[in-house]
Design a protein. Structure first.
Length: 389
């Protein structure tokens, strides 16, 4: 048996780690959750229904969904101990750092702590999904010097988050936009954070440990920071008139510079999620009587396509570049007056559902994830005693 590791794949690109029934990301621009097209889910479903699908493997009946919603609503409240922990977070701490620590603390207070059965993990998953919006809203309000707002049980997850954040009844368009956004971000196969969660629970660690791994991975700007970076780009351009110069300066010349919100590691066609948030960005702009962020983003999209997806570049084997999910989520969040520091925590509120589904699937494999490295360092070195170096 050879002990030589197989050739390295840069960044593990296109390396299949194992089978999965949860999410199918196709390079042709198709995305499915357990076989259901993302366009159908975003157009007709709710986030809660999608969460049920991810966790339980099938769409719920009306009765099942009603009971599921009731269970989630009952689990939204944070214990006084967790609130006290949030009050002690340093003012300069990043929101994702506070969220990571808070989620870790939830594991110690969970009534199923130490129980690794599938039934217990389903209950833990529901608690995590229910409490994540409460944590993010509480972190933001405490940071601003305000008291946390207690969750309501009569609003859906997206609407309740907006209520807890502001303490006022959420605008229906805001609530629906965020609901769609959560559907679109719920899962995306073996991305960096999902892989981290699966690696963690494959060792026998619990779901909370896996969730902490996911949050830590998502906090990195190369994974979870794209929407924030996209909005910062839009704010720096400031006007529709500045779009052409900005894009041209980055996509022409000897060294091309990536445009935030564009390109994807898997898709070789338009990101199917972008279409839905493009429409919501337009509707939000029209609601406010100011569509500049939508217009700027669509203008950037058009200019990127003009400069990147030319017949010459594609014939030369260059990867086509299209708007990804972060391109329009940025302006949607901003239109709803959400701070840019909330953009990545919003991602976590949604993605915890996919993480939980993947972690439970990984646990059933009963096998640790142990990749290899391609060793490229020196060999057969001679040890020299310290007194002779």
């Amino acid at each position: 048996m050879s002990t030589t590791a197989p050739p390295a794949a840069d960044g593990l690109r296109d390396v299949v780690i194992g089978p999965s029934e949860i999410c199918d990301v196709q390079a042709s621009g198709r995305l499915f959750y357990r076989g259901y097209d993302i366009h159908d889910l975003a157009s007709h479903s709710t986030f809660e229904e999608v969460v049920y699908l991810l966790l339980y493997g099938n769409l719920p009946s009306a009765a099942q969904l009603s009971e599921f919603n009731a269970r989630l609503a009952r689990e939204r409240t944070l214990s006084p101990e967790v609130i006290a922990l949030l009050r002690g977070v340093p003012a300069a701490a990043q929101s994702m750092d506070a969220l990571r620590t808070a989620v870790s603390s939830l594991g110690m207070w969970d009534p199923d702590a130490g129980n690794q059965s599938h039934e217990a993990n389903l209950r833990k998953s529901e608690r995590l999904i229910a409490k994540m919006p409460t944590l993010v809203a509480a972190i933001e309000r405490i940071r601003d010097g305000n008291e946390p707002v207690a969750p309501r049980t009569d609003l859906n997850l997206a609407g309740n988050f907006l209520y807890m954040l502001r303490g006022t009844e959420p605008d229906p368009l805001y609530a629906r936009t965020l609901d769609i956004d959560f559907i679109l971000h719920a899962d995306h196969e073996i991305n960096a954070s999902t892989f981290a969660t699966r690696v963690t629970v494959a060792t026998g660690a619990d779901l909370y440990s896996g969730a902490v791994s996911g949050i830590g991975t998502l906090s990195g700007p190369k994974h979870g920071g794209a929407a924030e970076e996209t909005m910062e780009m839009l704010l720096s351009i400031a006007s529709l008139e500045g779009v052409n110069e900005y894009v041209t300066s980055r996509l022409t010349g000897e060294k091309r510079v990536a445009i935030p919100g564009f390109g994807h590691a898997v898709y070789r066609a338009p990101d199917p999620r972008a279409a839905h948030l493009r429409e919501m960005s337009r509707r939000l702009g029209e609601l406010h009587g100011d569509t500049r962020w939508f217009q700027m983003t669509t203008a950037i999209e058009k200019k990127v396509d003009e400069l990147s997806n030319t017949p010459e570049r594609l014939a030369a084997g260059k990867q086509p570049i299209y708007a990804n999910v972060d391109c329009f989520s940025a302006s949607c969040y901003y239109e709803m007056n959400l701070s840019t520091r909330l953009f990545t925590p919003l991602f976590a509120i949604s993605r915890i559902s996919g993480w939980c589904a993947h972690m439970m699937e990984q646990i059933t494999f009963k096998r640790i994830i142990r990749p290899r490295a391609e060793y490229v360092g020196p060999r057969e070195q001679t040890y020299t005693p310290i007194d002779k170096r």
